[in-house]
Ligand binder design. Structure first.
Ligand SMILES: [Zn+2]
Length: 424
């Protein structure tokens, strides 16, 4: 297939360069859906583009969700519809306005200084993925903004794969559903996703890192609010009466170990407890603590740690009280995906057929896919070639984006081949 690779590689890169020029930053302070009007500009144009390349049932709903179908070509009956999903918004943590993408053709391995901010330098010595991209066409931003590879790489890959399937009706596949969503970066991408209307057996988000990666598990997460109640009186008349909830909370936080159990001291499959917001007054101080673990049992263990730290703090302050409120945030999507092993097995096969090594990863966070999985749509995450998410130093490789396109096309085939029954 090398001849088409070059052409397709141009297609995915050209699309990507077009999409990153749209400012699609989401905004967690907004209560509208989508959170920002500007995301709709790209979503509308994507709906138009999907129609123009021949997808069927193209729709854009009031909340900005674009859905469309590559109609089936298979002669078999019973081939399930599968879906591919990417988000159009970029992170609120870094400007996404006036992105100036720079293509570094046939990257030669040198340090890349970004022109709009000389302090922003990409160094292959510090970035093994960049070092491995020698000879590939690399895209960076200019130093003033993020690039938006997260997740416009995924968008460009899905559109390009759909175009490829439509242009090659000889490739047998079932119905391929496509969705582009707003507000993933502020955790609301799944909120208004109509799983029933999408109508797929499973889906894959294209929103991951380097080639070959597949993520089929995420953290399980709870948020614990620990509220200490003290007693406030005028400090001039407080002797023997005042109970300072701020000091109780300080003792509570001091019980967290400095060398383990925290985001800054763990990685890979270790979980953590993370105090991250304190609302403090003498009368009442509330500490919100995030609990993260890949196992539900580990989450319970972390909850017990928080409870015992709170009790310990109380024991040192007569007259103080505490309320502990645990709220479920999200659960490891593996709990759902394990019940549908073919979803991951077929992805592994597609990655191998694209000539890549399969690299399973665990997401130290949640994704829209973890929410969608629990909404009835098993949705692991596939690599899209995104590097240095949410940063001025974000970059993508055109080769890697093309490999993601190949994986999508192979997945469509593999799902079709997995059904043995001949058609009527
Ligand atoms: Zn993303």
């Amino acid at each position: 297939m090398p001849a088409r690779l070059t052409m397709a590689q141009t297609a995915v890169l050209d699309r990507f360069l077009r999409y990153v020029r749209y400012d699609t930053q989401s905004d967690e302070r907004s209560h509208s859906s989508p959170s920002t009007e500007r995301q709709l500009v790209l979503l509308r144009d994507l709906a138009t583009e999907l129609r123009s390349i021949g997808l069927a049932d193209v729709s854009l709903d009031d909340h900005g969700y674009v859905m469309a179908t590559v109609p089936p070509t298979t002669k078999k009956s019973g081939v399930p519809a599968i879906g591919f999903i990417a988000h159009v918004d970029t992170s609120p943590e870094m400007s996404g306005a006036n992105v100036r993408p720079i293509v570094h053709r046939q990257y030669d391995g040198r340090d890349l200084m970004l022109p709009d901010d000389p302090a922003s330098v990409l160094r292959p010595a510090e970035d093994p993925a960049l070092a491995a991209a020698l000879g590939e066409d690399i895209v960076t931003a200019s130093g003033a903004t993020l690039l938006g590879g997260d997740d416009k790489a995924g968008v460009a890959e899905i559109v390009t794969a759909a175009e490829h399937l439509l242009g090659h009706p000889g490739i047998a596949h079932g119905a391929i559903r496509v969705a582009f969503t707003p507000d993933e970066e502020i955790g609301r991408g799944a909120d208004r996703f109509d799983v029933e209307r999408f109508g797929a057996r499973c889906a894959y988000t294209l929103d991951g890192g380097g080639r070959g990666e597949i993520e089929s598990e995420s953290f399980s997460a709870d948020a614990v609010t620990v509220t200490f109640h003290g007693f406030n009186v005028h400090p001039g008349y407080a002797r023997g009466r005042m109970v300072n909830a701020i000091k109780v909370a300080a003792d509570f936080i001091a019980a967290f170990p400095p060398d383990r159990l925290s985001p800054e001291t763990t990685d890979a499959r270790e979980g953590f407890v993370h105090p991250y917001v304190v609302d403090a007054a003498v009368d009442r101080t509330a500490v919100t603590v995030l609990l993260r673990d890949f196992e539900t049992a580990g989450l319970r263990e972390k909850q017990r740690f928080v409870e015992s730290a709170a009790r310990h703090a109380l024991s040192r302050h007569a007259g103080a009280r505490v309320d502990i409120h645990v709220e479920e945030s999200y659960r490891n999507m593996r709990e759902v995906i394990d019940r549908h092993p073919e979803v991951v097995a077929h992805a592994h096969e597609a990655i191998r057929r694209a000539g890549l090594e399969v690299r399973p990863r665990s997401i130290r966070g949640g994704t829209d896919g973890s929410r969608l999985s629990f909404m009835g749509l098993p949705t692991p995450n596939l690599f899209a070639g995104e590097h240095n998410f949410h940063s001025r130093l974000e970059w993508v490789s055109a080769t890697e984006m093309q490999q993601a396109v190949d994986v999508i096309v192979h997945l469509a085939r593999v799902w079709e081949e997995s059904v043995s029954s001949p058609g009527p």
